[in-house]
Design a protein around this ligand. Structure first.
Ligand SMILES: [Zn+2]
Ligand SMILES: [Zn+2]
Ligand SMILES: [Zn+2]
Length: 563
């Protein structure tokens, strides 16, 4: 098999399919893709709404609930405990497949009709964590998103194994950490990024095995450094006290100072550690992993994103969250012991399933919605094993013979993630918007839906937030604050106040969503550029655009300088 050049049916740009790719498609028994990798990624991420929450009534109990399904959507939404319970039967929505109509037209009807879980968590693993979404195994979590395993954590986004940590993004195994991005196995680390195995670190970037460092960049195995200069323990402790971090003004000053200093040090072309034969950005402990972003402990994957937890093998076009998955293709938000899953959204513990939404612990499903522990179902209707396989083959053939035509006039046959026309979330409610922000006009032109923000008057703040934490009383948790960036109201929770007091850090002046978005902006983009190594001039692939101010080194030059 040789490299094939194709024109993307969506953006009309050229893309290539390489010999190894064909091997994967053959193994998965799928046709080669007709959309380019970028259009496929955008579509998968646009199927990943999770962060924008609304108030709505439960369509089963009538209670007020929090959900990420907008109240105007014509779908039924059940409270999580009801949805996961036995009080309703998703198979009662089962129907015969109609060979005279396109597959996705019928699937959309089923998708709209079967009740939705108010939030998408693995509910049985959640304890006292009712405001978390896209999460599993949480205890006392608050506003934790895309988060596997957490204890007493809050305001997280893409996180794993967190303990007593707040305000973090894309981080694994933090304990008592605050305002961190892409941090691994760190303890008491604050306002820092790209660090690993560190403790008592502030305003730092790319430190490994360091302790008691402040405002540092690219250090290994160091202690008591301030702005990359060595101090004695006594001097360090004295200085740290003088920095007076309980004041927001000081925090903001040090943030700026540390960032400015970091620009004097080289960045590595690909952020990651302990890899063999990989390309992409933020890749850890992986092998043969290409064109991927935020991947850990994976092997033989391409075009994959957002796996903080490992054991992902032989997967292509798979976005979040993996966790012991193999042979997955064109899936979003799928994982926890998953194998041979295609074209699906929000699934835990499935194998041999295609075109499913919110099905869990299932096997041998085709075109199903909301089933649990089911086998051999098509459009939520039960078949025997003998009936199932021939009928699936017949439907796949019909999908090719009678393609679904979307609102842009594009045809969808068997073999790609579900058309975005079916998606309940607007583009600006999803993960796609965070990495590829579009204007309303651009999003609509690309076939995505858009949701204008709800018209709402926000209350004036009931308190002027003191600059210094020492001037904050316990009553602040009863006050209404107003975000200095977007004007929305927000509150300080008890756990947060205790944490900030304990570590002498100021009360945040922005709402949780603005803080979250700011952290995501600190990440490098999901984009690859050709650029020259700033030391040896060799051409490198990197997510640093050529016009960015950072000094970027190839892996060899970086290792010579930093290690
Ligand atoms: Zn394209
Ligand atoms: Zn805000
Ligand atoms: Zn170089």
């Amino acid at each position: 098999m040789k490299t094939e050049n194709k024109k993307c049916e969506s953006c009309k740009k050229d893309f290539t399919i390489e010999p190894d790719d064909f091997g994967f498609y053959e193994q998965m028994k799928v046709p080669p893709p007709v959309w380019c990798p970028h259009c496929r990624l955008l579509r998968r991420m646009a199927w990943y709404g999770y962060r924008i929450l609304y108030k709505r009534k439960c369509d089963f109990t009538g209670e007020n609930i929090i959900t990420f399904y907008h109240p105007d959507l014509p779908v039924k939404v059940y409270k999580q405990d009801v949805w996961w319970g036995d009080g309703w039967d998703p198979k009662s929505y089962g129907c015969d497949y109609d060979f005279n109509r396109p597959f996705f037209e019928q699937y959309k009807e089923l998708l709209d009709e079967v009740p939705k879980a108010s939030l998408h968590t693995e509910y049985s693993t959640m304890i006292n964590s009712e405001y978390c979404n896209a999460a599993s195994f949480q205890k006392n979590g608050y506003l934790c998103f895309k988060h596997i395993t957490g204890e007493d954590s809050a305001y997280t986004n893409v996180a794993l194994n967190t303990k007593d940590s707040l305000d973090l993004a894309y981080s694994a195994d933090p304990e008592l950490c605050y305002e961190i991005v892409d941090v691994r196995k760190c303890f008491q680390t604050f306002f820092s990024q790209d660090c690993e195995n560190c403790q008592n670190v502030y305003f730092s970037r790319d430190l490994v095995n360091c302790g008691d460092c402040f405002g540092c960049t690219s250090l290994r195995n160091k202690n008591y450094y301030i702005f990359n200069e060595q101090y004695t323990r006594e001097e360090y402790m004295k200085k740290l006290k003088e920095f007076n971090l309980g004041s927001m003004k000081n925090v903001q000053k040090f943030k700026k100072q540390a960032y400015a200093l970091s620009l004097n040090f080289p960045r590595r072309s690909t952020m990651g550690r302990n890899n063999t034969n990989v390309s992409g950005e933020y890749i850890y402990n992986s092998k043969n992993t290409h064109d991927s972003y935020f991947i850990a402990d994976s092997e033989n994957v391409r075009y994959c994103q957002l796996f903080l937890k490992g054991g992902v093998h032989n997967c292509y076009d798979f976005t979040a969250f993996g966790s012991a998955s193999e042979w997955v293709y064109e899936a979003t938000w799928t994982g926890l012991n998953t194998s041979n899953v295609k074209f699906s959204i929000w699934n835990y513990r499935n194998h041999d399933t295609e075109y499913t939404f919110g099905c869990h612990g299932c096997a041998y499903l085709f075109g199903c919605v909301g089933l649990r522990k089911a086998e051999y179902c098509i459009f939520n209707k039960q078949y025997t094993k003998e009936e199932y396989f021939p009928l699936v083959e017949k439907i796949k053939k019909q999908m090719d013979d009678m393609p679904f035509v979307d609102r842009r006039g594009l045809e969808h046959r068997y073999g790609g993630q579900m058309p975005i026309d079916l998606c309940p979330w607007a583009y600006n409610e999803t993960t796609a918007y965070e990495f590829f922000p579009l204007t309303k006009e651009e999003a609509l032109a690309k076939g995505f839906a858009w949701r204008d923000p709800d018209e709402r008057e926000y209350l004036p703040a009931t308190i002027v937030v003191p600059d210094h934490i020492k001037d904050v009383t316990d009553d602040i948790t009863k006050e209404v604050l107003k975000c200095e960036a977007c004007g929305k109201n927000y509150q300080i929770i008890q756990k947060e106040l205790q944490f900030l007091k304990r570590f002498n850090l100021p009360i945040p002046i922005h709402c949780p969503l603005c803080r979250d978005r700011a952290r995501i902006k600190q990440l490098n983009p999901i984009q690859s550029y050709n650029r020259k190594c700033d030391k040896c001039d060799v051409t490198i692939q990197t997510s640093y655009a050529p016009d960015r101010p950072e000094i970027v080194y190839c892996e060899n030059c970086y290792k010579q300088e930093v290690y």
